[in-house]
Design a protein around this ligand. Structure first.
Ligand SMILES: NC(=O)C1=CN([C@@H]2O[C@H](COP(=O)(O)OP(=O)(O)OC[C@H]3O[C@@H](n4cnc5c(N)ncnc54)[C@H](OP(=O)(O)O)[C@@H]3O)[C@@H](O)[C@H]2O)[C@H](O)CC1
Ligand SMILES: [K+]
Length: 501
């Protein structure tokens, strides 16, 4: 159930389902109407006066079916519309079968109803909503009458989650078969309210032909890929990660990453420290090891000789020139050795390339697509991927995908709707975030978690997606008062509940 279908893919699912039978388009629409009414009666048993706002397409068709069913239960239902459905469409049949009153939108007043069914537009929204429909959306939102949206809140693009003109703020959105990216990307996600995905008779088998590449980030996506422990494992075989430390006054970020890498299951974690910070680390570290490194060669030799599998570079690092020297060396298997699988660049390691991102992309382009993870938040993304970031026509999902191809790296584009994208086109949108994660050091922990999973040879896309989900789950479990130090300490509980590790 974690596949997300674009409106185009959903249209294809519809077409394949009708071709396979037994339902034709109107039968699917009737099933959709039954789902809407079932959810509505369960949640709003006291709604006496219900308005159904019907658009000209099949979304409106679902509205007529719902109106007919509700009026058959004895409720006072009124339909409003601007345009009748196209002749011979399924929506046309639904409108003809509904025998109650159909009024002009001009006569609609939100205050006269206990509940509004929004069936203006769904998957077919093609442009900005204007005119009377826009005025009604604004008035309904201001009046605070509960809105149940059919498929999507009208005005929200199913592909991007963007608002086109104006969009309803629904209390419940009933969608069909699978969610769409617009349900999980902002601002769409906030406009949906509760999201109910219902079965309308489309068989799972249609997904074989569609082969969706976008997923909601849930444990189903990466559970199977999570490292398991065999009885004969030892600490270095379990996986060795290194974290690069900055200088004397900025060592905390390193330790947060290191602790997270260890807690997520790396067998050994070593902090690579410049000489001036060694004593500070020595005073704080216990199970995590410490190694003095000065020149780039010290670091890559250590990685090669100690069979290190992954590294984090950036948190608290400070020295941008050194980062620009280190990255090409760390992406070069001749330097690091074949065992080294993955480099996570965060914070300063992203900023270090803002004047010349091509330098980073060139180095990444010469390595395999699973060797590098970049973890930009909004500002870092724009600095690194200026043109892609500024392209208003692209959704956050598309931006992450373009950036991933451009950089030949897995991108974790952070935010309330973090997108994880791989150069092969796969993408996951995260939905379990909490504002509690807006605390200093939480990004350092995330970077450490990714590297801890890479150290255990988890495939990179899955490791990145798992880290994002587990990180948010840890924050939610801790709750108010959370600081970054708490995140690694919550991981044992998070992992145990999922049966992982
Ligand atoms: N398998 C399923 O998921 C099923 C879905 N159903 C429902 O069908 C809709 C999708 O129906 P569709 O007819 O493709 O699209 P819409 O109803 O959303 O809208 C298309 C019509 O709206 C016009 N339009 C689009 N944008 C605007 C706008 N901003 N202002 C005015 N008019 C607009 C569009 O006009 P064009 O000129 O562009 O053609 C169309 O007339 C899906 O969301 C589900 O609710 C089925 O009922 C069951 C199976
Ligand atoms: K709608």
């Amino acid at each position: 159930m974690h596949e997300l279908l674009t409106p185009r893919e959903m249209g294809e699912a519809d077409r394949l389902a009708i071709a396979a039978g037994p339902y034709d388009g109107y039968a699917l629409m009737r099933n959709a109407g039954v789902s809407i009414v079932g959810a509505l009666l369960e949640r709003f048993p006291d709604a006496g006066r219900i308005a159904v706002l019907c658009g000209p397409g099949n979304n409106g068709g679902d509205g007529y079916v719902a109106a007919k069913l509700l009026s058959e239960t004895g409720l006072a239902v009124a339909c409003f519309r601007n345009h009748a459905p196209r002749e011979n469409s399924a929506a046309f049949l639904a409108a003809a079968d509904y025998e109650g009153p159909v009024h002009s939108l001009e006569d609609f007043a939100a205050s006269e109803f206990d509940l509004i069914i929004d069936a203006f537009y769904g998957a077919g929204l093609a442009r900005s909503i204007e005119g009377i429909e826009r005025s009604i959306i604004d008035a309904v939102n201001a009046a605070n009458v509960p809105v149940v949206s059919v498929d999507l809140p009208s005005g929200i693009s199913g592909a991007s989650g963007a608002t086109l003109g104006a969009a309803f703020k629904a209390i419940l959105t009933v969608t069909f078969f699978r969610k769409k990216p617009g349900h999980v990307l902002q601002p769409g996600r906030d406009r949906c309210g509760e999201i109910l995905v219902t079965d309308i008779g489309i068989g799972e088998r249609v997904l074989d032909a569609i082969a969706p590449q976008c997923f909601e980030n849930t444990p189903h996506l990466w559970h199977q890929a999570f490292p398991t422990l065999s009885a004969d494992i030892h600490k270095y075989r379990r996986g060795h990660a290194v974290i690069f430390s900055g200088g004397l006054t900025a060592t905390g970020a390193t330790r947060l990453s290191a602790r997270a890498a260890a807690r997520i299951g790396a067998g050994a974690v070593t902090v690579l420290s410049p000489p001036d910070a060694l004593l500070v680390h020595a005073a704080h570290l216990t199970s995590i090891m410490l190694r003095r490194t000065e020149a780039v060669a010290d670091a890559v030799n250590f990685i090669r000789e100690r069979k290190v599998f992954s590294a984090v570079l950036g948190p608290g690092f400070g020295d941008f020139a050194r980062i620009r020297e280190l990255v090409p060396a760390l992406l070069d298997k001749c330097e690091t050795g074949e065992a080294f699988k993955g480099l996570v660049l965060d914070a300063d390691a992203l900023t270090a390339f803002e004047d010349d991102p091509d330098q980073l992309f060139r180095a990444a382009g010469e390595t395999d697509a699973n060797a590098l993870v970049l973890t930009p938040h909004e500002g870092e993304f724009h600095r690194l991927f200026g043109t892609i970031g500024a392209d208003q026509a692209l959704s956050k999902l598309e931006k992450a995908r373009h950036a991933s191809k451009r950089a030949n790296a897995i991108i974790i584009y952070k935010g309330p709707d973090t997108v994880i994208a791989a150069p092969d086109g796969r993408a996951a949108i995260n939905t379990n975030a909490t504002p509690l994660l807006a605390t200093a050091g939480s990004g350092d922990v995330l970077a450490g978690m990714v590297s801890g999973m890479l150290a255990q040879r988890m495939p990179t896309f899955e490791a990145a997606a798992a880290a994002v989900w587990l990180h948010a789950d840890a924050a939610k479990r801790f709750g108010p008062g959370l600081i970054a130090e708490d995140l690694p300490e919550m991981l044992p509980e998070v992992l145990a509940d999922l049966g992982l590790g």
